[in-house]
Design a protein around this ligand. Sequence first.
Ligand code: SF4
Length: 365
Amino acid sequence: MNKIGLYIHIPFCKSKCPYCDFYSLRKGKKDYESYVSSVKRSLKMWAERTEKKADTLYLGGGTPSLLGGELISEIVLAAKESFGCNGEITVECNPSCIETDFFKRVVDAGVNRVSLGMQSAVDSERKKLGRLADVKAVERAINRAFLSGIENVSVDLMIGIPDQNEKTLAQSLEFCAQSGVKHISAYMLKVEEGTFFHENPHKFNFPDEDLTADLYLQMVNFLETEGYSQYEISNFAQQEYESRHNLKYWNCEEYLGIGPAAHSFLNGKRFYYPRDIQFFENGEEPVSDGDGGDLQEYIMLKLRLKDGLIFEECKKRFSDFSETEYIQKAEPMLKAGFMKLDDKSLAITTRGFLISNSIIEKIVY
Ligand code: SF4
């Protein structure tokens, strides 16, 4: 039986960043402890109910590192007991809240990958993003993770930060390459409703579409030259360091999400816990989100990957799949250089990734 990916949401942050619409709350130690108990209960319940094992575990947030090494280790050990979790185990960390012995403690529990919310290595940009620590703290966190034996370190990088330009992006990129991290997740800033950026757009000088596109291409060129291959629209990795957990999402494989705002895809069904910590802590049932994993959805997800839609793989999963229809739809994008085709696969090119949403829509609908 294929193993699933296990995601656990930690819905706490020290403060709210001006661009963030993730579900996160400002709470204290007592709340952390009671939340961890609820997570452990939920893990047990789901393990009995699904009888599945996991080979990846991802603790995301929010700010998991805010809980401290002891509570994070408790969760990891409980997840291992219930689901095995014998593969990649990632914890997201915010450089502004990592206690000194955090990495040592979580390594003992089995953590072998760290994802650091850096966003930028330029302090003036970090301030605009509400990041509480300076770039020196990011550097310290990376080095501490390495020293604790975690070689698989990823950092988040952001494109489209107010006042960002080619020079400041180059600084962030150089920092990534020199720090020795193995993986970079690079996101375009989207001004989401309900965030401080959305409510105060006039206060910030956001790069326009053309500059954002230039920044994106600059980033891809730099990272590819430095040995970070773009294996997904927003993700770059040195060889063998692709995120196994996140690949499960794009390969349309099964995963279970525990905690408020966490989504799941199990046995062909999608469901999620609402953005409400009380709902989760009360042990309520998650909300159904219908069936998942049909051909349309599969193609949409696979086209996010550099390898794209691999015809043989697709035929194994959907016996009546024929590539002809999709190759025909892709014709104009192939001519324009936004897609590429060979006898095994159809994929979006680097330039095409800039407009991936509209390409995927044209292929799938
Ligand atoms: S630390 Fe991360 S999850 Fe928390 S508010 Fe900032 S961006 Fe959002």
